[in-house]
Design a binder for this molecule. Structure first.
Ligand code: SAH
Ligand code: SF4
Length: 385
C-alpha cells in the first residue's frame, strides 16, 4: 500500500521532490492544494502538469475521509461519522464556541478529533471502549478529520470562516496563513491519544506548521485518561500543546471504580507526572471531571479534588455525564451539579460547569459509531445525513 502524502512533513517531501529534480515552488503548490484548498484528488491540482500528477499518484496515495452520517445542524454541535479506507468508522465533533446565542454567527470553531478506532482503556462510563480497541489512526487519518470537516462545510456552505467580511467586528484576524474554519482542536474524540503518541504528534506538527494547517499549538488541547510516562514525554516536546487530564475521581478509590487505567498508573503516579509537566511547561493543566450520579458526585469528593487542583495549579472542568444507551450510568440533577461547583469554588478552585442544554450529541464520543455499527449488524442503517 502506498503511504498517503499527508503523512509526510514538508522536509520529508522536499527530499523526495529534490530527488525528482523538481523546482522548489512545486512543493509549495502541492502543499497549498493539500492544506489550503483541501484537494481530495490529484485531478483537482490543475496547475500541476498531468505528468507530475501521475508521478505523485504512483508514489503516494491521497485518501479523503468518506462521510457516512452526520448529526446536528448549523450553529449547533455537529457530529461527523467517517469511514476509513479499511471500512472502520470514527467520529469528529464540530463545536461552535458561541452557538449563535446572541444572534451572531460564531467565528471560532473547535473540532474534537479521534485518534484510534475504539479504545483499549475501557473506562466504565464511555461508549468508545465498549467494543474494545481496533487500531491506531494513521497520521493522515488524524489530519483528514480537520480537512474533511472543512471540505464538507464548504460544499454545504454552512458556516463561514468569518475572515474579513464582518465590519461590525473588526477584531484582528489571527496571523494564520489560511483563515481556517477550524482554529481550535481538542484531541478528545474516540481513543486514547497518548497511546498513539508517534502518529498523533506527527499529525499535530503538520496541523500546526505554517505550511500545513497553521493551527496554533496553544489552540490544541490533548486529553488523556492518565498515561503517566507519555505525559512526561509530552513535557519534553518543543511544541506547547495544552493538556487536559480526564480525572473523574480525585481519590484512588473513586477513580478505581470507573477507570481501569488507575491500576496501571495510580493517581499518585499520574499526579507526579502532571507536576513534572506543569513544572517544565509552566502551563495550566485542566482537570476534566464528569459528574456521574451516585458515583463521584458526593460533596465529600470536592475536598480531595480541590487539593489536587491546588497542587497542580489546575482548573477544573465539570461535565454532566452524557447518557450512553447501553450503560446504566446517569447524570446528577442540576441542583447536585451546582452544589458540587459551589463547594469547589468555596475551596478557591477555578472551576466551570457545562450548563448548556441540548448536549445530547455532544462529548459522549463513540456513540454515533456504536449506534451505526449496531444498526449495520442488524441490517437497518437508519441514515439521518
Ligand atoms: N481517551 C482520552 C480522550 C478521549 S475521551 C481521555 O479519556 O481523556 C474525551 C473525554 O470525554 C474524556 O474526558 C472522557 O472521560 C469524556 N467522556 C467519555 N464518555 C463520556 C460521557 N458519556 N459523558 C461525558 N463525558 C464523557
Ligand atoms: Fe478510552 Fe477516554 Fe473513553 Fe476512557 S474515556 S474508554 S480512555 S476514550
Amino acid at each position: 500500500m502506498l503511504a498517503d502524502i499527508k503523512s509526510f512533513t514538508r522536509d520529508e517531501l522536499a527530499a523526495q521532490f529534490k530527488s525528482w529534480d523538481l523546482p522548489g515552488y512545486r512543493l509549495d503548490q502541492v502543499l497549498k492544494w493539500l492544506y489550503e484548498k483541501r484537494a481530495a484528488s490529484w485531478a483537482e491540482m490543475t496547475n500541476l502538469s498531468k505528468g507530475l500528477r501521475d508521478q505523485l499518484a504512483l508514489h503516494y496515495s491521497l485518501h479523503p475521509l468518506e462521510l457516512v452520517r452526520k448529526q446536528g445542524s448549523r450553529d449547533t454541535t455537529q457530529k461527523f461519522l467517517w469511514k476509513l479506507s479499511d471500512g472502520a468508522m470514527i467520529e469528529s465533533v464540530l463545536i461552535p464556541a458561541n452557538p449563535a446565542l446572541y444572534g451572531e454567527a460564531s467565528d471560532r470553531h473547535t473540532l474534537c478529533v479521534s485518534t484510534q478506532v475504539g479504545c483499549a482503556y475501557g473506562c466504565k462510563f464511555c461508549a468508545s471502549g465498549l467494543d474494545g480497541w481496533k487500531r491506531n489512526l494513521r497520521v493522515e487519518e488524524i489530519i483528514e478529520q480537520v480537512l474533511a470537516t472543512e471540505r464538507w462545510n464548504e460544499a454545504n456552505a454552512e458556516l463561514k470562516p468569518v475572515a474579513t467580511a464582518d465590519v461590525s467586528a473588526p477584531a484582528p484576524r489571527s496571523a494564520l496563513p489560511v483563515p481556517r474554519l477550524i482554529n481550535n482542536l481538542v484531541i478528545m474524540g474516540m481513543g486514547e491519544p497518548l497511546a498513539n503518541y508517534e502518529n498523533l504528534l506527527k499529525a499535530l506538527r503538520i496541523l500546526n506548521a505554517p505550511w500545513g494547517g497553521g493551527i496554533g499549538a496553544r489552540k490544541i488541547t490533548i486529553s488523556t485518561s492518565g498515561l503517566a510516562p507519555q505525559i512526561r514525554r509530552l513535557a519534553e516536546e518543543p511544541l506547547q500543546f495544552r493538556l487536559a487530564i480526564s480525572l473523574h475521581g480525585a481519590t484512588y478509590e473513586t477513580r478505581n471504580k470507573i477507570m481501569p487505567v488507575n491500576k496501571k498508573y495510580p493517581l499518585a503516579e499520574l499526579t507526579s507526572a502532571c507536576e513534572e509537566y506543569q513544572r517544565k511547561r509552566e502551563r495550566m493543566i485542566t482537570l476534566e471531571y464528569i459528574l456521574i450520579a451516585g458515583v463521584n458526585d458526593a460533596l465529600k469528593e470536592t475536598k480531595p479534588l480541590a487539593a489536587l487542583a491546588h497542587r497542580l495549579n489546575a482548573k477544573v472542568n465539570l461535565i454532566p455525564y452524557n447518557k450512553v444507551e447501553e450503560l446504566s450510568w446517569s447524570r446528577p440533577s442540576e441542583d447536585v451539579q451546582e452544589a458540587f461547583l459551589a463547594a469547589l469554588e468555596s475551596h478557591d478552585v477555578t472551576a466551570t460547569l457545562r450548563r448548556e442544554k441540548g448536549h445530547d450529541i455532544d462529548a459522549a464520543c463513540g456513540q454515533l459509531r456504536l449506534k451505526t455499527e449496531r444498526e449495520l449488524a442488524a441490517g437497518f442503517p437508519d441514515r439521518d445525513r
